[in-house]
Design a protein around this ligand. Structure first.
Ligand SMILES: Cc1cc2nc3c(=O)[nH]c(=O)nc-3n(C[C@H](O)[C@H](O)[C@H](O)COP(=O)(O)O)c2cc1C
Length: 246
């Protein structure tokens, strides 16, 4: 318990100083005209694809289903998410991670393929132990090996990148994911869950890490709110997607 208190004293202070994507958990963030225009350009590009092109496009794989790729309908939108179930702060022991719940909703709403960013070595189910591992990985700037690959990353013009805040940053596995593909000319839309830190500067961190991508402002939701995923929260995510032009 002492460790939990220590962690969140630090991150809540940091949230007060840095949060730009947080705020009322059930309110959709406003969307800049330039962000909406960036999405529209990519959606129009998809609209212009031929059926032959679409037929050639396929496959989002994970280790588990590497031989049976997801049957894509040729969408140019990918929802890539890191999310951890098991014991977590404020939600107890959960079957499905907070971020995953919203990531799945986004994928359904926009008709995207999805990819679960999973590490070869799973994180401990125990919250405190997971905090220790994550803290060490952050200190080491670790790049944990991932399960599976997105075989056809070039198919996607828009990538929703969804993750929880870990120690005021993204899990290091999300950096491994970003290292693994060419994001040139892609529109990247961050989404994150957290327990007080908001987006914690991660939108600009992604922008710096992927200088050849167009990284938009994202949306941040408290993890517990995402886990409960009330109709109000769904509506706020839907409003955000509407604002982006989906
Ligand atoms: C290792 C670890 C570190 C965390 N660090 C922070 C943090 O710095 N700031 C914060 O607001 N929440 C922090 N949290 C809480 C998570 O961001 C929050 O529970 C999130 O919704 C988890 O998403 P998930 O269930 O999809 O993995 C941390 C959680 C874990 C497990």
């Amino acid at each position: 318990m002492k460790k939990i208190v220590k962690l969140f004293c630090a991150v809540l202070l940091s949230a007060a100083l840095t949060a730009c994507g947080s705020g009322e958990p059930t309110s959709a963030p406003s969307v800049a005209d330039s962000d909406k225009a960036a999405v529209q350009e990519k959606l129009n590009k998809q609209g212009g694809k031929t059926d032959e092109t679409k037929a050639d496009e396929n496959t989002v794989t994970t280790q588990a289903d590497a031989e049976t790729p997801t049957d894509s309908d040729g969408t140019n939108i990918l929802v890539a998410y890191f999310s951890r179930a098991d014991e977590n702060y404020n939600v107890g022991t959960i079957d499905k991670g907070n971020t995953q719940i919203v990531a799945e909703y986004i994928a359904d709403e926009v008709g995207a393929d999805s990819f679960h960013i999973e590490t070869v070595t799973p994180y401990p189910a125990d919250y405190d132990e997971c905090c220790d591992v994550a803290k060490q990985e952050l200190a080491d700037k670790a790049r944990p090996e991932l399960n599976g690959t997105v075989d056809n990353m070039e198919q996607y013009d828009i990538v929703f990148l969804c993750y929880p805040i870990w120690w005021g940053d993204m899990p290091m596995a999300v950096y491994t994911f970003m290292d693994s593909y060419d994001f040139s000319d892609k529109v990247v839309i961050p989404f994150n869950t957290h327990e007080g830190s908001g987006e914690s500067g991660t939108c600009s961190a992604i922008g710096s890490y992927l200088p050849d991508a167009q990284v938009l402002d994202g949306m941040a939701i408290q993890g517990k709110t995402a886990q409960e995923f009330s109709s109000d929260t769904q509506q706020s995510v839907r409003d955000w997607l509407d604002g982006l032009g989906f």
